[in-house]
Design a protein around this ligand. Structure first.
Ligand code: CTP
Ligand code: MG
Length: 244
């Protein structure tokens, strides 16, 4: 087959790809503190998890979502659809990666090995749909998938053991990994399973894929797609959502 024909085949095949979202929401929010896990804190009239889900489902190509919840979660409103799209739930696990792996297994059978899965933190409410669209475009065109990321802006210091500065680190090639992160279902499932089998702690999906030898694309996303980790982050997210 001539090269152009091969590319054309991949392009047409990818256009048909089924796309689902996964939202890990089984965390306890230890750094945030308080009784209510942060994914259920309200801003702009909705819990954080609703903002996260709605941002994903607003992308026309995203067909549905799986949320991973703590087994003893009594706050989940029981949604089975949102924005006219199906919503499934599953029990998460002890680490974020365990929750994502559980959700991958809970996807419908219609999501094939080569179909695309977007993993997005429940604690990131300020996601814009155009970032989701650009991520999908990049991931469809790249076998190893893609992630939203933002270049590091601050000057970086390495601390010595005494708490004093040991060095200034070059930041030119450094990015902050955001979510969503988009990978094909089969390779992502195998990469997360391999990391678990090896006892390796992976803090995002890309890290699992990197361990497996993949080189996912960086897609520059909005810097205000922040993860709510502390009460100060919540105030900032509230301000950003109110301005939209
Ligand atoms: N998460 C999950 N399962 C876990 C741990 C985390 O699904 N076992 C989810 C969280 O609910 C959150 C996302 O992964 O939506 C990002 O994790 P993080 O911000 O660390 O949330 P928490 O783990 O809840 O917070 P903390 O680390 O402060 O306890
Ligand atoms: Mg955590």
């Amino acid at each position: 087959m001539p090269r152009n024909a091969t590319n054309e085949w991949h392009r047409r095949r990818d256009v048909r790809a089924v796309i689902w979202a996964i939202v890990p929401a089984a965390g306890r929010g230890a750094r945030f503190g308080g009784d209510v896990p942060k994914q259920y804190l309200q801003i702009a009239g909705e819990p954080l998890i609703a903002h996260a889900l709605d941002a994903l489902l607003a992308e026309p190509r995203v067909e549905g979502a799986v949320v991973a919840l703590a087994a003893d979660d009594a706050r989940w409103p029981g949604w089975t659809s949102r924005a006219g799209k199906p919503l499934r739930r599953c029990d998460g696990g002890g680490e974020r990666a365990d929750s994502v792996l559980a959700a991958l297994h809970a996807l419908p059978a219609a999501v094939g090995d080569d179909d695309l899965v977007l993993v997005h933190d429940a604690a990131r409410p300020n996601l814009r749909v155009d970032d989701v669209s650009r991520l999908i475009d990049a991931a469809l065109g790249h076998a190893d998938g893609a992630i939203l990321a933002a270049p590091v802006r601050d000057t970086l210091k390495r601390a010595g053991r005494d708490g004093a500065i040991a060095a200034t680190e070059p930041r030119e090639a450094l990015w902050r990994a955001l979510t969503p992160q988009a990978f094909r279902r089969g390779p992502l499932t195998r990469a997360l399973q391999a990391a678990r089998d090896a006892g390796a702690v992976v803090t995002d999906e890309a890290m699992a894929m990197e361990r497996a030898g993949a080189r996912p694309r960086l897609v520059e996303g909005r810097e205000d797609n922040l993860k709510v980790t502390t009460p100060a982050d919540l105030a900032l997210a509230e301000y950003l959502l109110a301005r939209r």
